[in-house]
Write a protein that binds this ligand. Structure first.
Ligand code: F1P
Length: 346
């Protein structure tokens, strides 16, 4: 992560730059819309990208599953900027969606990990994530690196557009620099996370709830559990719970709630109360020093505080670790999950 961040953006400098999109910055600044395309984990990173670009750069964003986009008849304008995200750079659906958008004259920016792969070659410009090879099939560090690059892009575009104050830009860049140490603090809680995994390793279903920037993290947490542990899991925006999933809650249902002290904190507290009132089990990801939720939850995992828009970089880590431990305890091959291919090329 540190490598992705270092030297790309410099606060208080006229030369704030993110090499990969430098020549296309005007396209971004003038874009009426950004379309983000990806599959699986890359789509979840794209959702964080939507929140970032709309929040910081004030550009409307649509996030689409490339696997849907390529087969429907989407409206694509010549001044659309399309960001295609892929760890492998070989995902057939993403590649086909890029070709479709390109044929309509849109500008395509890639965020990929594998240098020289097909997707970067099909794009006009972009950034490599430089996350190193994903040893396993399921994306983990790729998510963090994709979100990091999206953050840098949104900040860069916002700076050029003048939609962010220098003060806020400076604050976010300084905070970004502290993220690797904060991630390490979460990793240091490995034993506690393993202990929680032991308790829930035999469940058949799980719910993941989050709000705002942590909603895509809830989706990603659920996907990791499905992919490597073969446990059925669903992620929801916490506020959607009352519109259906609440019917599923009983003493057998663990709910992993991402509930740091940010955004709609009071609302997430009441979501936790709703689950507890129905005897559901709560495993909450909370900010260091949290008291209220600790009294209500069955288990808590503390994460360091950070700016709300940077929270996914930290809050996803305990969920990835939990899935990893549960998978290992269930005897699953975490690097080579059944039915899953590293590059989905068909
Ligand atoms: C997309 C993806 C991954 C997932 C698995 C299957 O890959 O859905 O997110 O973890 O590996 O493929 P990519 O386009 O990001 O390489």
């Amino acid at each position: 992560i540190r490598d992705s961040m270092r030297g790309r953006l410099r606060p208080n400098s006229d030369q704030v730059e993110l090499g990969g999109i430098r020549d296309y910055i005007k396209k971004f600044v003038n874009a009426k819309r950004i379309i983000i395309l990806g599959c699986g984990t890359s789509w979840h990173a794209g959702l964080v990208g939507e929140y970032l670009f709309e929040d910081i750069a004030r550009i409307p964003v649509e996030v689409e599953y490339a696997s849907e986009f390529r087969y429907r008849n989407p409206v694509i304008y010549e001044d659309d900027v399309v960001i295609a995200i892929s760890q492998s750079g070989e995902t057939a659906d993403t590649l086909a969606a890029i070709e479709l958008a390109k044929s309509k004259g849109a500008t395509i920016i890639g965020i990929c990990n594998v240098i020289g792969s097909s997707i970067p070659r099909a794009t006009h410009a972009g950034s490599y994530t430089h996350a190193g090879p994903e040893i396993g099939v399921a994306s983990t560090k790729a998510f963090t690196a994709q979100v990091t690059v999206l953050t840098l892009m949104a900040l860069h575009v916002a700076h050029q557009k003048g939609s962010i104050t220098n003060q806020r830009l400076h604050r976010l860049l300084i905070e970004l620099d502290s993220i690797p140490d904060k991630v390490q603090k979460v990793l240091d809680q490995n034993e506690k996370i393993k202990y929680i995994a032991e308790i829930y390793k035999d469940v058949h279903n799980a719910l993941y709830l989050g709000r705002g920037y942590n909603f895509p993290v809830a989706l990603e947490g659920a996907l990791k559990l499905k992919e490597i542990s073969y446990i059925h899991a669903e992620g929801y925006p916490a506020a959607e719970m009352k519109h259906g999933p609440i019917a599923l809650i009983d003493e057998e249902m663990p709910c992993f709630v991402i509930a740091p002290r940010a955004g709609a904190y009071d609302k997430i507290v009441s979501n936790i109360q709703e689950v507890k009132a129905r005897k559901g089990k709560i495993i909450a990801i909370v900010t260091e020093g949290e008291k209220l939720i600790k009294e209500m939850a069955d288990h808590t995992i503390e994460i360091p505080d950070t700016e709300e828009c940077l929270m996914p970089l930290i809050s996803v880590i305990p969920l990835q670790l939990l899935s990893y431990h549960i998978a290992v305890m269930r005897g699953c091959n975490v690097d080579q999950p059944r039915n899953l291919a590293k590059s989905v090329t068909v």
